[in-house]
Write a protein that binds this ligand. Structure first.
Ligand code: MF3
Ligand code: CO
Ligand code: CO
Length: 280
């Protein structure tokens, strides 16, 4: 979720409490999460040719809503805590939770598209960065760093490690690239519930936080900034932006912890892992 703003008492209270048991799921749940994760990833693939100058983010929202209905799925964000659209579209200095609008995308914009689909009651949650035409080198570098940060976080997932190992892997790498890690939003447990225990912080130290166990399901979704990590939420109550208006990027996968590591449920069926996405 990149979801609830961790530092705000009100939203934190509404979020899953950090204490209490973390659900351990069996093979049937993994099967169901594979179906939900793959459908969400397929929706992101479907959008690739639509991300171009002149197209509105509302159009992307319409396309995902139609895709969901065609596949007997429900977009989880729609009406979730009052969120007004089916997807989140976060452009340039928007960190997360951007609301699709009729404003056309412009050449040189970069954006994150975040899709969560509910399939047979299970949530698949994934987001990627997209380029509108050609990006400048700073934007391209931030996207590369953010993708690598996510993959390093995923590589740290295995039984015996803790949530802190994930955050440490992400933070160490991002900061070594002179980028900053957003603290106000985090990854989250999920399954039949959209935002569940545990919170997955994208910073921290090895050994901190709950121990990872086979059968846990959660997202990893680092938001990485070129400038400072500080964020503010606009008057619409959702759109989170960097205070310094510098670029922010994010990628998100849904994973399940296995005996030896983890399974990524939201891998792109079309091989659209990070931009540039070239369509054959
Ligand atoms: N998909 C987002 C996440 O990664 C959640 C968006 S919150 C919503 O958790 F309210 F916009 F849906
Ligand atoms: Co999420
Ligand atoms: Co998401």
């Amino acid at each position: 979720m990149s979801n609830l703003q961790l530092s705000r008492a009100a939203t934190a209270a509404a979020q899953a409490p950090p204490e209490g048991p973390i659900k351990i799921h069996g093979p049937e749940a993994f099967e169901a999460m594979r179906r939900a994760g793959q459908l969400a990833a397929q929706a992101l693939d479907m959008l690739v040719p639509w991300v171009k100058p002149g197209v509105s983010t509302q159009r992307l929202d319409d396309l995902v809503l139609e895709f969901a209905l065609d596949h007997k799925a429900t977009p989880a964000p729609l009406h979730y805590r009052g969120f007004p659209r089916a997807i989140c579209t976060s452009i340039n200095h928007v960190v997360c939770h951007g609301i699709p609008s009729s404003k056309p995308m412009r050449e040189g914009d970069m954006l994150n598209i975040d899709v969560t689909l509910i399939v047979e009651g299970w949530h698949g949650d994934t987001s990627r960065m997209y380029a509108v035409g050609q990006l400048n080198r700073r934007a391209e570098r931030l996207i590369d760093v953010t993708y690598e940060a996510l993959m390093r976080g995923i590589a740290a997932v295995k039984p015996g490690h803790t949530v802190g190992h994930i955050g440490a892997a992400i933070q160490t790498y991002a900061e070594s690239e002179r980028c900053s890690v957003v603290r106000d939003f985090c990854g989250h447990g999920l399954g039949r519930v959209f935002h569940d225990r545990p919170n997955i912080l994208h910073y921290g130290m090895d050994g901190e936080g709950p121990e990872l166990k086979a059968g846990m399901l959660f997202t990893i979704e680092p938001m990485i900034n070129l400038g400072k990590d500080t964020v503010k939420v606009l008057a619409d109550g959702w759109t989170a932006v960097t205070r310094d208006r510098e670029l922010s990027a994010q990628f998100e996968h849904t994973v399940g912890v296995t005996a030896t590591g983890c399974e990524i449920f939201t891998t792109s069926p079309g091989g659209f892992h990070k931009p540039p996405y070239t369509i054959a």
